[in-house]
Write a protein that binds this ligand. Structure first.
Ligand code: GLU
Ligand code: MG
Length: 437
């Protein structure tokens, strides 16, 4: 550790951005137990210069308390300043988790899942982003060219992720011009959310180092292909088996996974305000973009909002391990913690009510007639943030998963974001989100 190194205490807030306070690294040891105080009104910050009216005022503080196993240190450049941070839980003075801590929201859902089903959550996000600032501003999408013109960046992403103890599974071009995707293997419990945040921050850091910019905004430019943050997930039982998988069940979907999907589909429209939570999210979500525009369940179907990803493996053990479900609504303007918390609460509601698996849709719901969709109970997802917030407001059960203060603060911030761009054109809105995310 060099004199002058700074370690950051970081948290991912209601708008899915990582905010920090810093301490000299030599002081870090004494910060591990109680962290640093933070005036919670900051939880009402929009992604821009504004702060929403909030229920807290100038008094309340929480302790941003580092979680030891989230320590991330990237020191791969001989001439560079290391990036060193811990993700934090926001703790009340009495030692309980603050009811507006996004990580706490996720942990509460994961604890309920474990308590009621005995299962642990396994999850992995896919991170899509647009890389700008390089020597070229166009190349053939999905091509070898697309990776080779930014070969140094991609190599350093792999190196830096490994230094962050995150093993990337794929690092590749996507089908948008200068759009890339990084995926990592599944992580268990809270680590699934932590790892998503670490991965994004590491990618941003590598881009900064090379004078580039990686933007995870769901629609970085009006004409660009959207960036999703799909979440793959499954469940692990005490014996270490994948409890989402049942070799004897239709499409291998276990009973618990069937109920879980039933719950997610029931609440999906209201989940949008938590998983696709910015005005630009609704330039991405829509039919025929593989982002999903309708609430539908499918097997393999990339136009479904939630789908089963069957495993290509022949070996029965590997086959069971690789089997997973995927929710396609999320984007990176949502905190991964809010996404996992909302998903698990919705799925668990389905498990409690033993909801049936919805019929699997085998084609693009956007190509169906209104009648066909009605027969299959396929509804359009909200088409704006304002509409998504109204749908959330009407779903009492989803609202009840958020503490009243969290609900008030979250919707206050989101209503401001929804209102900010009503008189602006798409170029301006996309630029603001591109620059913030
Ligand atoms: N870019 C698409 C989205 O916005 C996803 C493409 C894919 O299937 O990877 O969700
Ligand atoms: Mg992709």
């Amino acid at each position: 550790m060099a004199d002058g190194d700074i370690t950051y205490l970081a948290w991912n807030d209601l708008v899915g951005l990582t905010r920090v306070r810093g301490v000299p690294s030599i002081e870090m040891r004494r910060r591990m137990e109680y962290g640093l105080g933070w005036a919670v009104a900051g939880q009402a910050l929009t992604p821009f210069e504004h702060i929403a009216p909030n229920p807290w005022g100038p008094m309340l503080e929480v302790r941003q308390t580092p979680v030891a196993d989230t320590e991330t240190k990237i020191d791969i450049w001989p001439d560079g300043i290391p990036l060193h941070f811990f993700l934090c839980d926001s703790m009340m003075p009495d030692g309980t988790v603050w009811d507006c801590c996004t990580r706490g929201f996720m942990k509460q859902a994961l604890a309920a899942l474990k308590k009621e089903t005995g299962l642990q959550f396994m999850g992995a996000f896919e991170h899509e982003f647009l890389l700008s600032g390089g020597a070229r501003d166009w190349c053939v999408p999905f091509s070898l060219e697309q990776v080779r013109i930014n070969a140094e960046f991609l190599r350093d992403v792999a190196k830096a992720l490994l230094a962050a103890k995150v093993v990337p599974e794929t690092i590749e071009p996507e089908y948008g011009v200068l759009q890339y995707e990084v995926t990592c293997g599944p992580a268990i419990d809270a680590m699934a959310g932590d790892r998503a945040i670490i991965t994004r921050e590491v990618i941003r850091e590598v881009a900064r180092r090379l004078g580039l910019r990686a933007s995870f905004s769901p629609k970085p430019r009006p004409e660009a292909v959207g960036n999703g943050a799909h979440l793959h997930f499954s469940f692990r039982d005490d014996a270490g088996n994948n409890a989402a998988y049942d070799v004897d069940a239709p499409n291998n979907i276990s009973q618990v996974a069937q109920h879980f999907i039933g719950g997610v589909v029931r609440h999906m429209p209201a989940l949008c305000a938590l998983m696709a939570p910015s005005p630009v999210s609704y330039l991405r979500l829509g039919p025929h973009h593989w982002s999903c525009g309708y609430n539908a369940f499918g097997v393999q179907n990339r136009e479904a909002s939630i789908r089963v990803c069957p495993s290509p493996e022949r070996d029965p053990i590997k086959r069971s391990r690789a089997f997973n479900l995927e929710i396609r609504v999320p984007d990176a303007t949502a905190s991964p913690y809010m996404v996992i918390g909302a998903l698990v609460n919705a799925g668990l509601a389905g498990v409690r009510e033993k909801l049936p698996l919805p019929p699997a849709v085998n084609s693009d719901p956007g190509d169906m007639s209104d009648d066909e969709r009605e027969k299959l109970n396929i509804v359009a997802l909200p088409s704006s943030l304002a509409e998504a917030l109204d749908v959330l407001e009407a779903d009492e059960l989803v609202k009840s998963w958020l503490s009243p203060t969290l609900y008030t603060a979250y919707t206050a911030v989101k209503r401001i974001e929804a209102a900010m761009f009503t008189d602006q054109d798409a170029d301006y809105m996309c630029k603001r989100y591109h620059d913030a995310y």
